[in-house]
Design a protein around this ligand. Structure first.
Ligand code: KG4
Ligand code: ZN
Length: 341
């Protein structure tokens, strides 16, 4: 089954074709992402109306380009998957409108995918995928959640952030230290060259039981440290390193707790912060120490993309699940309400 996936929930236009008849990573026939970073950079953040308009401009050419790359035409498609939420309502409507129109014209089933389910299932697109049950850490710009995955589509929230998401903390901290938008990956790159231990920040909420997170206090600690410093380049690197170590340690501690609570030794990590090298190394280390397993998507599939939507949609379409023909999106959407596959 060839499924076209369309992602437009925020500031990336993503398109992909996933073929369920091919095993493992080979199933991803083609994917392309157009990032709007340059468009929003001058405003220091995503401007929703500009995002919607840019999706309108980029989506159809990107679909043509992706089909070309896969060596397919629309006649080869068996289904369409699109992000139906959560996300920016205008941006979501562009993807849903195009997906629904294509499905109508080609007489194909189409399914609205939950963006975070897309992220969560992305590691399963790779070779040698883990099987449920497992625990998932979802770390993106808008979410930080630990989820018990009993089976595909059946998700129990174990813990989440009470304030900033991990990616948001990276972005805001980067901005405070004068890095251009979007700062998260740039802060991580700076931290690479920083000296560990020169700046030590707290590991929020690890001193008490529970699986929730809080990153806004950490952000303030970093702001104070930066303000009171000499603000030299080496200091910026060292503070970045101290911040990254604090976030990574905190995530790793809570992941272990969640695995213990769920009685599992398989951890799946997804979302933009899952591309962070130090987080990947730290969780690999803990898994090796505990005889467990940790699975990530390749870094390009950690951040927003159409492949994860094509894949998550394909699992549902194969199970006979699809939505009716109305263009409907759900900007706020609780993953626990999804139907099991
Ligand atoms: O999943 P994603 O692409 O979009 C959302 O659904 O939010 O995640 C984007 C987030 C941003 O906050 C970005 O700063 C963060 O992921 N991010 C990183 C890295 N790459 C992306 N954070 C830390 N280290 C990275 N290497
Ligand atoms: Zn995302």
């Amino acid at each position: 089954m060839n499924v076209l996936g369309i992602e437009t929930s925020c500031d990336e236009t993503g398109v992909a074709v996933f073929d369920t008849s091919l095993a493992g990573a080979a199933g991803l026939r083609a994917h392309a992402v157009y990032s709007q970073i340059a468009l929003h950079a001058q405003y220091g953040g995503v401007v929703p109306e500009l995002a919607s308009r840019d999706h309108v401009r980029k989506l159809l050419p990107l679909i043509r380009q992706t089909l070309d790359k896969a060596g397919l035409s629309t006649a080869d498609l068996d289904g369409v998957a699109y992000t139906a939420g959560p996300g920016l309502v205008g941006a979501l409507l562009v993807g849903a409108g195009v997906a629904r129109s294509l499905a109508w014209a080609l007489d194909l089933p189409a399914v609205g995918v939950h963006h975070m389910e897309g992220h969560l299932l992305a590691p399963l697109m790779e070779d040698d995928p883990p099987e449920a049950p497992f625990v998932a850490l979802l770390v993106s710009g808008g979410h930080t959640q630990l989820v018990a995955v009993d089976q595909i589509g059946s998700y129990r929230l174990l813990g989440e952030t009470l304030d900033d998401a991990a990616g948001e903390a990276f972005d805001k901290t980067a901005k405070m230290m004068g890095l251009p938008y979007p700062g998260g990956p740039q802060l991580a790159a700076l931290a690479e060259q920083g000296t560990p231990g020169r700046y030590k920040f707290s590991r929020p909420m690890t001193d008490r039981p529970g699986l929730d997170f809080s990153f806004s206090g950490l952000k303030t600690q970093v702001l104070l440290a930066w303000r009171d410093s000499d603000q030299r380049e080496d200091t910026r690197r060292d503070i970045a390193r101290g911040f990254e170590d604090a976030v990574v340690d905190t995530l790793a501690i809570k992941c272990q707790r969640a695995l213990d609570a769920a009685g599992s030794n398989v951890l799946v990590v997804a979302g933009g912060v899952g591309a962070n090298k130090r987080l990947r190394a730290k969780l690999q280390e803990s898994a090796a120490r505990n005889g467990g397993r940790v699975c990530f998507p390749r870094p390009a599939l950690c951040t927003d993309n159409g492949a994860m939507i094509a894949f998550a949609g394909a699992l549902r379409l194969e199970a006979g699940q699809h939505n009716d023909a109305q263009v409907k999106v759900t900007p706020r959407w609780d993953m626990a309400t999804l139907q099991a596959v």
